[in-house]
Design a protein around this ligand. Structure first.
Ligand code: SF4
Length: 149
């Protein structure tokens, strides 16, 4: 498989962001986590929260993955990562994305991205509920603001 730039060299620091425009990819789970994210996305649309889900990676500062990473989806994830302009961070939501969860490695499944790439945020759960996901995102934002100056 071609080198995936997403899985950069060990020790490469990822920048931290203030804005939180999120592009989500379901990379190969049961879609349970993706459904929880869809619920959260609709709830955020109804309010005035600064956290947004955006339709293209070109608008995003955070790439958020759910599901174990399949071999077929790895190039898609890589393309999305490369399409993100400027500073960007990677987040993984749900057991599958964090460490492979129910979908361990085999010839078609590479496993959890959380074990392969440096992530800025990792939230386990099968699936985590929308309020847990929102709380984790808000905590992450607060930690960024607390350390950025
Ligand atoms: S963590 Fe659980 S709910 Fe989420 S994709 Fe994996 S099996 Fe489905």
């Amino acid at each position: 498989m071609a080198q995936l730039h997403l899985f950069g060299p060990e020790g490469t620091p990822l920048p931290r962001l203030e804005a939180l425009d999120i592009f989500h990819i379901e990379s190969g789970g049961c879609t349970g986590c993706a459904l929880e994210l869809a619920s959260l996305s609709r709830a955020l649309l109804a309010g005035s929260h600064p956290i947004r889900f955006v339709p293209t990676p070109r608008q995003a500062g955070m790439l958020l993955l759910t599901g174990s990473l399949t071999a077929g989806m790895a190039p898609v994830v890589e393309l999305a990562w490369q399409a993100m302009p400027g500073p960007r961070v990677l987040a993984v939501i749900g057991d599958c994305a964090v460490d492979g969860g129910l979908f361990g490695g085999n010839y078609a499944v590479l496993g959890g991205v959380g074990e392969r790439a440096r992530t800025s945020m990792a939230l386990p759960g099968c699936p985590p509920a929308p309020d847990e996901i929102l709380a984790a995102l808000v905590r992450w934002q607060a930690s960024v603001r607390g350390t950025s100056g």
